[in-house]
Design a protein. Sequence first.
Length: 249
Amino acid sequence: MVVQCSGDALLSKIRVIDVTGSTNSDMLGDPNAVEGDWLVARRQDAGRGRQGREWQSLDGNFFGSTLVQLKDSDPPSSSLSLIAGLALRDAIEVAAPHADTLLKWPNDLLLGGAKAAGILLERAGDRVVVGFGVNLAVAPDIEGRDTASFADVVQMAPQAFAPLLAGAFARLLAAWRSSGAAATAMAWLQRSHPIGTVLRVHDGDRQVREGYFAGIEDDGALRLKVGDTVETIHAGDVSVVDSPIQGKR
């Protein structure tokens, strides 16, 4: 099934299929895919999250990917993760305006403090595939991590959610190109865990650091205050230890 979706900036083509291994892999390997194309699967057999983790495929959840064709004039490509998070939260706000959602660095959307969605970006040359996994219907069991689904706040099929996400992503991608990464970072901060939140970070070397959230760089890197020093972290797993507004997570 193919659906045409008019976003604020471009026309998105959404292809919905029953099953595949990974929508990210399919999109990245399709030489005919162009910016604005979306692939949505009702089920994935080989879905994955960050650092090669398995992404569970549960009935009724959303699994979809889109493509960005990088241009020489674009802001830093690493800041595309901010665009993806903002688009996901905007789409959820349309579907469920009263849902208690929050963006968590680097690529999660929290519902009531528990993980309800994740994002995976993969790049090949000047093509970046942005993949989304959203617990629309069921929260998977993940050891050591609180999870949630949107089933209690909205009843929505993946194919109905796809146009909301595609439209939000198109609009924010255009804003990213016209306004730059700094404006994107500012918008992300307004929708994330607040400054001063205590975070525990497992970086790429598997070192663990705990400190205070001190914002993000324009390229999307995390600023973590540890003692009297503000460190810049470009990759890692983050858990919220304590929020000055909303308590522990």
